[in-house]
Design a protein around this ligand. Sequence first.
Ligand SMILES: Nc1ncnc2c1ncn2[C@@H]1O[C@H](COP(=O)(O)OP(=O)(O)OP(=O)(O)O)[C@@H](O)[C@H]1O
Length: 245
Amino acid sequence: MTVAVDLRGVSKRYPGGTVALDGVDLAVEPGEFVCLVGASGCGKSTLLNLVAGLDSATAGSIEVDGGRAAFMFQEPALFPWLKVGQNVEVPLKLRGVGRAERRARAAELLQTVRLGDVVDKRPHELSGGMRQRVALARTLAHDARVLLMDEPFAALDAMTRDALHDELERVWLERNLTVLFVTHNVSEAVRLGDRVILLASRPGRVIEEFEVEAPRPRRLDSPDVAALAGRVTERLKEEVRRHVH
Ligand SMILES: Nc1ncnc2c1ncn2[C@@H]1O[C@H](COP(=O)(O)OP(=O)(O)OP(=O)(O)O)[C@@H](O)[C@H]1O
């Protein structure tokens, strides 16, 4: 397989008749960071759920490098009764990794997200940004080459989100991961993505793609990021107006 995620002619009709996706073709290269943006209800979460194998497509085919992807959501969804390190160990435990190795791997993954010193704390002792970094470490513990992220930073304040962008970009590059990232935030998509894919709604389909040429590391408010974000937003507004009128 030469691509990391390959969707061909993917459609999804929910029971009840809503066509959430209609003939979506999308090929994500290994190591590529692709952001999906679109108005509410255009099928972004549906698309990620299908790639994750949480639901099945009505038509079309989906292939994922290594056969599976790891998923990270807006809520960190940590187990409050487990220590931070034990939370990161969960995917390893499910795969039958032995206790000593689990501990060592969890410690290493927490180092990766610069949280080596909180391994024995409980989630409630951490800030929102730290909890989301723990969730990232736990996602990495799945050892998948493809990461699916559904608005992972939407609940964070602007400064924390900025820091998490840097963190995610570093981890993505260090580990040579492929990322499919859903967001409502066009600037965030341009800040992070190699490519930004615009989805239209009713039915959900790809209407335009934007290559992000701006060199990394990028800043959310740098002129080249802002300029492209402006173009994407214009296109998105056109699409929303098309539905209103
Ligand atoms: N389980 C379901 N059963 C029926 N309809 C659904 C289901 N899940 C989603 N839908 C519908 O499918 C369409 C796409 O939903 P989806 O959640 O994928 O969009 P989205 O782009 O992620 O939206 P948002 O940005 O608001 O999260 C919407 O019209 C939604 O109401």
